[in-house]
Design a protein around this ligand. Sequence first.
Ligand SMILES: [Ca+2]
Length: 695
Amino acid sequence: MLVAIILLWLSVPMAVGDGGVGVGVSPSSLEYNVTGESPVSKELFVVNTGDVKARYDLSFDSQYQGMFTFDRNGFELNPGDSQKVTITYNPTLNPERTDLNIHLYVEGAESGSNVGAGVKIPVQVHHQQTLSTTTSTVNRRHFPLASSDPEIAQALQYLSSRQSADGSVDGFGTSCWAAMAIASCGYDPHSWKKESASIVDYLINSRSQVDLNKVTDIAKFILALTASNENPRNVGGVDYVSLLEDKFINGQFGDESMYNDDFWAIMALTSAGVSPSSPKIQQSASFIKNHQNSDGGWSWHNGPSDVDDTAAAIMALTSAMEGSQSPYITAAVNYLKSQLGPNGGFTYMGQANVASDAWAIMALVACGVDPTGLEWIHADVSPVDHLLSLQNSDGSFSWSPGQVGSAWWTSYAIPALLGKSYPVKGATTQQYTTTTNLQSSSSRTTSVVGKGKVRVRIEDVTRTIWSGWVEIPQARTILCYNSGRQYTIQGDNVLAILDEASEVGGFSYTVSDQWYPSMGFYVDSIGGHKAEGVYGWVYRVNYALGSVSVDNFKVSDSDQILFYYGTENVRPLRVQVDKVEVDVGEPFTVTVEFRDDSTGSWAPLPGATIHVNHDYVTDSQGKATITLNEKRVYNIYAERWGSTPADQYVRSDVIQVGVGVPIPEFSLMFAAAVSAISATLILLVLRLRRAPQRW
Ligand SMILES: [Ca+2]
């Protein structure tokens, strides 16, 4: 059946032009991320997809010619043959350091003839600047971060290190923010415990600390509960939502001279399921809008605008269904822009700081603005870069450089970096409980009945498009781009999972019904990368090649689904380490293996590149010995992409090694969260750590 799938790709009409000349390229776009002065090289495969011998020439428009060099050009290929071309961008030849969004032309012509064909390949060049004002070097960071990114993993680990046996993280107020931060990562705060009490148990047990006279206190408590999928309408018999609604006086919440209690009341009530169109929320929103300052910002009271309160006001108004194009919102966004510091970062009283960065980023996200867009970059630093520059080596965040980190600031930073806004919604589908039993804290962790999750990983030639867990849906409706037809399909197959993952992960894909129903649906692009020539999107389940079309392969709980851009003979890699935790300076060994599809076993791969802090290459045994000197958790993965399919491999999954930090405890928590607290999966992950060949 593999042959049938490969034939499908060949039958995809991709040859451009006529006269038998065809051009195929892989990848279908090039992206150069440039830091400093060093030239950056990218590889492009040119394939003769026609049926005659042809000569191929690569070129840029003349004004860009001098910035790029080709290691070969003007070569001839027989039908079906391919040639790797290394294209090097030299930043010193672009003195203005302008980012480029241009085309590379690949043209093929039959020898001695004008008959030819060509393709245009989008080429992007991004100049990333390094920060010299902080102790660590920060590159322009991809946004939003994923909860598996090391910055987030370390921040969570820091929060975990601050947790006490009673479940608290630095007291009641900070515990509220920490619960929201944990939930923003997709983890269930109920699983967050040092001993028997989780942070949610602590919050509920300590609810007497909520000052029932203060709207902001009640609101913060509700926000922590809703992020944790707890029911704020019944905590030990108390309805905190009604208590908050009772604070509505004269068209606003709480004190008539204060606005921040309205900001927080609206966010808390909408998070608890109160309709945004309810009269109290709409009147409070009008009250907020009526007290916008002429500069577009807000204060917490009748005073000069500040970033933090303006951000809270934006999130409150968007929670109350104010559109992102509303004049109140656009004026507020412009106010935030005016408060960027000269060195990047949002300021409060003139000083860039973690809270203003985090809140402003969350507010921008809430109204659909990308905080890493060009208009938000000062001195080559985006607010996200600036926020990351305030992270310390222990994972914590400081209010400003040189200050001690705290769980409070760290809890603000996490949802902002993940591109989330307040109110944070709980990630699990757990329903609100009708009663909260304060005594049986541990029983809650087994109360979630999952309908099954699968892990999805999408590997393009040059990047990982997405990886994460998705729930097996009941059904999905897919749209075939070629016919415009919609189909509702069952949820327990690879295509439905891809469709679900594209929604969860925010990436695109296209599916065609050109060969449906005889051969099933065909996925012909993911993340904008289309199948071309013999290369296209291949899937594997638990590393075994899919033998039927995507809609016909049934998936089961805990399956590992891998989509990758490749062709026949391209095989997946995996990495293993002999130790998952080492001391600083203690060597450990990484082994890179590929799957031998003829036997289903794994074999060592020499000459693979291992990415850690920098790159290592495996020896003849497929191994590399690595010594790391910085105390942190490292992500490790391997790649090899040679010139022929037999020497091309699918990038490995990422594994983590803790250097001087206790990773197993952290990984357990990680596993508990992603698997919706399934004890079975925790055991599986534990087994993974001890005997990785089980996966
Ligand atoms: Ca008020």
